[in-house]
Ligand binder design. Structure first.
Ligand code: NOJ
Length: 563
């Protein structure tokens, strides 16, 4: 059998190019900064806003368009800041409002957009509203802003529904009433310190609109909306017999009663109007772990949000057939509503893709790896991760990067249990290691204490000893380093407007993802044998060294221009 390279004549158009420059977000590359772990200016071992501001040049050098900041608001940090006690301020751990203003000003000066996190599904248990709810009687207006219910059973000793928390254990906690007796239960789809708000309550809606205005007036360019599919609950509060936890659908395809309910969309329609009252292209980005891509696309209909994270893509194993299927389904679902498709491989909630892809499953969602678990194959994972990134950055649409992936950073898979802080670890009694392994502070300088993360050498999670080689200064200017690969890819992506380009499938061997975007041919070989590149093709960029015999080795991707 003669194997040939991709046939550019047999292309099948899946997605047309976008005409002219459009709103910035449609083809942007957005870099996620996890403030605790990026750069620590005050030396307490936890990253902060002044640290971020001082390091923003890194993002310009890397070549991204925008930064998304995970929460930095006042919080007891029961879920690393996703438990907010005041949405209109900055936690002293991270700095002050003046520091936030300075960060925004510096980012804008450098031409970077800034997206902040908005966490509307729940508050901290230390939010003044929740404190008031606990101090008030059942049925009081204070309790009405949350989801309080009487328990089942004779004495109300059973939770109101059988729902599980996304972090393990029950999704309800019983309170002690003023008379000292066990009383009502409140809903928390996450930790017990994150009570769910009642989005049927007008005060809740009004308050969040005010929070949006507060940050829009300070100049943010948009919001990443946490748990966007969860705000509205099925009012009948039925028990749930589908897969455990809250991401799934049951056997009839119905969503969990605390997920993807129809009523949630009207909230985003109102927010869209509110954003449009402000100058500039401000955006709303949905964090919606909804299984079906067509359901996710409903969050980005023309009068709702601007983007939704494409977790289906993140979950797709490193296998050409699966990748082709997800890419096509993603583009079709978003094109149908006129929204840009987004692509993402890593974030602070999943195992980093440099480790995830080095496991036998070649991907999939994993909630942490411990020292006793089978360890990923590091070199294989990195090789695939580099190929996966090159594939992703050539896809039309917007892309999200997670801090450290530009260094090829792996998951910390041998964190001592005693260092773990993710509530998932505690709530599952250690059955799930949790997300700390993806949240370890970034290495900047190979020879500095804490690799330059912190001025004092402290670090809230221990950094592995072998991380010096991943440091930014160990990779800058080094040909073939992951950092330089990302820089080159981002530069070419920008020059060639790949984010606004088209996508045409090219005929290729089964194990190869091959498509055209403009005059570029993109190939990723997920198989075990080398495959031919198009005859006479000029290689612009490859995820690893090519043998020079006109083939693309396994677990490698390349951007080429055909002869
Ligand atoms: C999604 C966030 O990304 C995650 O880190 C957090 O724990 C949950 N939402 C709850 O806010």
């Amino acid at each position: 059998m003669t194997v040939t390279g991709p046939q550019t004549t047999a292309a099948r158009l899946v997605h047309p190019a976008e005409p002219g420059p459009g709103p910035w977000h449609r083809d942007a590359v957005i870099y996620q900064v996890y403030p605790r772990s990026w750069a620590d200016a005050d030396g307490d071992g936890v990253g902060d806003l002044p640290g971020i501001t001082a390091r923003l040049r890194h993002l310009v050098e890397l070549g991204v368009d925008a930064v998304w900041l995970s929460p930095f608001y006042p919080s007891p940090q029961a879920d690393a800041g996703y438990d907010i006690s005041d949405h209109r301020d900055v936690d002293p751990l991270f700095g002050s409002l003046a520091d936030a203003d300075a960060l925004l000003a510096r980012a804008h000066e450098l031409g970077l957009k800034v997206i902040v996190d908005l966490v509307p599904n729940h508050t901290s248990d230390e939010h003044p509203w929740f404190a008031a709810a606990l101090a008030s009687r059942p049925g009081s207006p204070e309790r009405a802003r949350y989801v309080f219910r009487d328990g089942r059973g004779h004495g109300g000793e059973l939770p109101p529904t059988n729902w599980s928390s996304a972090f393990g254990g029950a999704a309800w906690t019983r309170v002690v009433e003023a008379d000292g007796r066990p009383g009502q239960w409140y809903l928390h789809v996450f930790d017990r310190r994150q009570p769910d708000l009642n989005w049927d309550h007008p005060e809740v809606r009004a308050d969040f609109e005010d929070v949006l205005r507060f940050w829009l007036d300070r100049g943010v360019d948009g919001f990443r909306v946490d748990v966007a599919s969860g705000l509205v609950k099925d009012p009948t509060m039925p028990d749930w017999h589908g897969p455990l936890r809250v991401q799934g659908v049951d056997t009839d395809g119905r969503p969990h009663p605390a997920r993807d309910q129809e009523g949630v969309h009207e909230i985003y329609r109102a927010w869209r109007l509110l954003l449009e009252e402000h100058r500039g292209d401000r955006v709303l980005v949905a964090e919606a772990w909804v299984a079906d891509l067509d359901r996710v696309a409903r969050y980005v209909r023309p009068d709702e949000m601007h983007q939704a994270f494409n977790f289906a893509y993140l979950l797709t194993p490193w296998r050409a057939a699966d990748l082709r299927q997800t890419i096509e389904a993603s583009l079709r679902a978003n094109d149908a509503v006129g929204a840009p498709t987004t692509w993402v491989l890593s974030n602070h909630d999943v195992v980093r893709h440099a480790s995830r892809l080095g496991t036998p499953a070649r991907g999939g969602r994993m909630t942490g790896i411990g020292a006793d678990d089978p360890q990923p194959d590091g070199p294989l994972g990195l090789r695939r991760a580099r190929a996966a990134t090159l594939l992703m950055l050539a896809l039309p649409g917007a892309a999200y990067l997670y801090q450290g992936e530009e260094l090829g950073l792996p998951e910390h898979t041998t964190l001592p249990d005693g260092a773990r802080q993710d509530p998932t670890f505690v709530r599952t009694a250690g059955a799930e290691k949790g997300r700390d392994g993806a949240r370890v502070p970034i290495p900047w300088e190979a020879g500095a204490p804490a690799y330059g993360f912190s001025t004092s050498g402290r670090s809230w999670l221990p950094q592995p000893r072998e991380w010096a080689r991943y440091a930014v200064d160990a990779q800058r200017g080094v040909p073939g380093s992951t950092y330089e690969l990302y820089r080159a890819a981002l530069r070419l992506r920008r020059e060639r407007h790949l984010g606004r380009g088209d996508l045409r499938w090219l005929d290729a061997p089964e194990d190869v993802v091959a498509f055209g975007n403009g005059d570029l041919v993109v190939m990723a070989n997920t198989g075990e044998e080398p495959v031919p590149l198009p005859d006479g093709a000029r290689v612009l960029l490859a995820s690893d060294d090519l043998p020079g015999d006109g083939t693309l080795p396994p677990d490698t991707a390349a951007w080429v221009v055909p002869a």
